[in-house]
Unconditional design. Structure first.
Length: 365
């Protein structure tokens, strides 16, 4: 079977679409927004005399989060330029925002929801961010929020019976995931190094595991992994074939900050200015951050809908769409059972990390 990367998020304006179910991802960006602004004001170092400043958001999905992110970056660059240059020079500057995601992304919905009050021109760029996307030395600032933990494909040669991720799968499985992560990240960094102007920034936030956590520790902090116990039940009930489950691996890997920095060092084209873990609330509709039983019920429901928006397409491509409704009906109960033992302290959301990288002067292009 052909290995796939992440399927795009659920498109359209419907109940299960990403457009209406991405408040968790929004809260990830809100948690780093001030650091983004600060990094741009401190580190953005590109000589600008009039002309166009180009910014790209990689893994933008269908909105609305990406528009908020883009405007934040445009405003921060403008602030930086005002500090550096005269008003006349700043007045001549124009911004172009590129929105990138995979070919299957619902770009129609994205384009139809572009805000009227934006202060940049818009272009959509379909394609994988593990390949070249832009001409050499054409982009001044890249952002990628909650996307880079998706690998280009799940690793080859993995026999991970009954499991959909590397957690608890033992060292061989973990090593296969790490090898795929390294390959992908090298391709990502090399592509961006060619596309960025010297002094340009690469701003990233994605799922990373905390230092204290063993790399393959069984964990449910990454919410979508709750599909696994439901799929196992489906196998026992004959609704899904055992081989189907055994051949399904999610192409997702959450490295440690150190593992990511190792790849940046191997790649050699970037300086790392910021590498920090991020604390964010759940940010899901229905709240759930207080820690009562009722909160947990709400949170479990919200996690179900948010997870469906993320992985419905990936699951239906492999298992067919007939199982989806029942799978996501059972999903909240799995979340509830797992976390209820921990009340009143509901575990924090999946840990992520924030990075600011700058292209070094001797890098390509
Ligand atoms: N940045 C948005 C969306 C995050 S969801 C936000 O913060 O709300 C993750 C997105 O990454 C999905 O839309 C998915 O299609 C995209 N993605 C995953 N792998 C990708 C790849 N190789 N190239 C481009 N986009 C990718």
């Amino acid at each position: 079977m052909k290995k796939r990367g992440a399927a795009p998020m659920v498109g359209g304006q419907g109940r299960y679409g990403y457009f209406h179910n991405s408040s968790l991802q929004k809260s990830s960006f809100l948690a780093v927004k001030d650091m983004v602004r600060e990094a741009i004001v401190d580190k953005f170092d590109v000589p600008i005399r009039g002309g166009t400043i180009r910014i790209a958001d990689l893994g933008c999905s269908v909105g609305p989060n990406t528009f908020y992110t883009m405007q934040t970056i445009v405003d921060a660059i403008l602030l930086k330029l005002k500090k550096l240059t005269s008003c006349d020079q700043v007045d001549g500057v124009e911004f172009q925002g590129f929105f990138n995601d995979q070919f299957g992304n619902d770009f129609n919905l994205l384009i139809n929801s572009i805000p009227f009050d934006r202060t940049y021109c818009v272009a959509a760029v379909p394609g994988s961010f593990y390949s070249r996307l832009f001409p050499r030395a054409s982009i001044h600032c890249f952002n990628s929020s909650v996307s880079l933990h998706w690998l280009s494909k799940s690793p080859d040669g993995v026999a991970n019976k009954g499991r959909i991720l590397y957690y608890g799968g033992g060292p061989d499985i973990l090593n296969a995931y790490i090898a795929q992560f390294r390959l992908d990240m090298m391709a990502f960094l090399s592509g961006r190094a060619e596309e960025l102007v010297t002094g340009g920034l690469l701003i990233l936030q994605f799922l990373c595991r905390p230092k204290c956590m063993a790399p393959d520790a069984a964990r449910y902090d990454i919410v979508i992994s709750f599909v696994e116990p439901v799929l196992r039940e489906f196998v026992m009930e004959g609704k899904v074939k055992e081989e189907e489950l055994d051949s399904f691996q999610m192409p997702l890997f959450a490295p440690s900050i150190e593992e990511f920095k190792e790849v940046v060092e191997m790649n050699g084209y970037f300086t790392v200015h910021v590498a920090e873990h991020v604390n964010q609330g759940w940010g899901l509709k229905g709240g759930g951050d207080e820690g009562t039983e009722a909160d947990l019920e709400q949170l479990a429901q919200s996690m179900g809908i948010a997870s469906r928006a993320v992985c419905e397409k990936m699951l239906s491509d492999h298992f067919g769409s007939d199982i989806l409704d029942e799978l996501f009906q059972r999903f909240p109960n799995k979340v509830y059972q797992h976390f209820s033992a921990l009340i009143p302290s509901i575990p924090s959301p999946p840990p992520s990390a924030f990075f600011v990288l700058q292209k070094k002067p001797h890098s390509p292009a």
